[in-house]
Design a protein around this ligand. Structure first.
Ligand SMILES: CCCCCCCCCCCC/C=C/CC(=O)SCCNC(=O)CCNC(=O)[C@H](O)C(C)(C)COP(=O)(O)OP(=O)(O)OC[C@H]1O[C@@H](n2cnc3c(N)ncnc32)[C@H](O)[C@@H]1OP(=O)(O)O
Length: 296
């Protein structure tokens, strides 16, 4: 389903999104700061600075469900059309979990049409973020596996909280699945081929010190300074004339984006046939049950 159609579906009677305010809603924060609320995404915009902080709040683990992907996409589209915003910082509403990655329940026990719709939404969000004309920063204030790591890798820089409990990486192989080519390319573009090959094959989740060493993040700072550091780094990015920064970003990322654009439909079909395999459904179910068992 296209983004607009998905939004309409979300707004149908009975939907949890119905009645939510997706536009700017109320004043909040400092002078000139504006807040906007949707169910799963909170936006705090500071027009004077030209920056919006986009906070994930999809409890319990900020997983990227179809609804979360859709809301995030709408929110980013609105910000891209807002002339007062030149930079966006992505972060979690609460410290602890930046994002647990793609919502596993969207990839388990569903039908092929659902898998196709979900994967299309994952592609759309990646394309929106990776090609964004905005300067994007990630203020990673919690653990950041798989799809959470991918979100942060679409940004222009990453600031990670110095908490050894927080790890970051593309750990798909540990689940018995694997990162598709455009996840891999996004990581290669950040840390290089050899480091990516090792990280992907072993499904490594890096501690903050390791992530800094391998170049997966640009800075590790005390937990209470993650957002403020991300905002101060943003001012360096925004000091560059937009057109020069944007043309450079496009030049650096175009080949990677073009690969997905060229193989988009095949990538969806590959995902659907891979994820529908009985053996893959089994490993995902076992993984989910293990996660759930901890709490019951
Ligand atoms: C030739 C073929 C070609 C094919 C080409 C295509 C190939 C495609 C391959 C497929 C690629 C698919 C890509 C996937 C990327 C992903 O993002 S997969 C998701 C990976 N995520 C994880 O591994 C993280 C799992 N979660 C955790 O490790 C922990 O939950 C946590 C560290 C994030 C937080 O821990 P804690 O605070 O202790 O919370 P929990 O008690 O563990 O969790 C609370 C609650 O949330 C549920 N949950 C956790 N993570 C997820 C998730 N990702 N999705 C859905 N639900 C999740 C967890 O089960 C708990 O539920 P209950 O409250 O117990 O019911």
């Amino acid at each position: 389903m296209a983004l607009v159609a998905r939004v309409r579906a979300l707004l149908l009677p009975g939907s949890r999104l119905r009645g939510a305010t997706l536009g700017r809603a109320a004043n909040g924060g400092g002078a000139g700061a504006r807040r906007a609320l949707s169910h799963r995404v909170l936006v705090e915009a500071d027009p004077a600075a030209g920056v919006a902080v986009v906070k994930f709040r999809n409890p319990p683990v900020n997983s990227l469900s179809l609804e979360m992907l859709t809301e995030l996409g709408i929110c980013l589209e609105k910000l891209e059309n807002d002339k007062t915003v030149r930079g966006i910082v992505l972060t979690a509403d609460r410290p602890g979990i930046f994002s647990a990655g793609l919502d596993l329940t969207e990839m388990c026990g569903r039908n092929p049409a659902h898998y196709a719709e979900f994967w299309k939404a994952v592609q759309e969000l990646w394309l929106r973020l990776y090609q964004s004309n905005m300067a994007l920063g990630a203020a990673i204030n919690g653990t950041c596996p798989a799809g959470g790591c991918l979100l942060s890798l679409t940004c222009d820089y990453r600031i990670l909280a110095d908490n050894p409990k927080y790890t970051i990486g593309l750990n798909e192989t540990q689940l018995g699945i694997f990162a598709p080519f455009w996840f891999k390319d996004t990581m290669v573009n950040t840390i290089g081929h050899r480091a990516t090959e090792r990280a992907l094959q072993l499904g490594l989740l890096f501690t903050p010190a390791e992530a800094l060493q391998v170049g997966l993040v640009d800075q590790v700072v005390p937990e209470d300074q993650v957002q403020s550091t991300a905002l101060s780094v943003m001012s360096q990015w925004l000091a560059i004339p937009d057109h020069a920064r944007q043309l450079t970003k496009t030049m650096m990322r175009k080949a990677t984006v073009d690969q997905l654009l060229k193989h988009r439909e095949a990538d969806i079909q590959n995902f659907v046939s891979f994820i529908s395999r009985d053996s893959i459904q089994k490993v995902l179910q076992v993984y989910l049950q293990k996660l759930r068992k901890k709490n019951h």
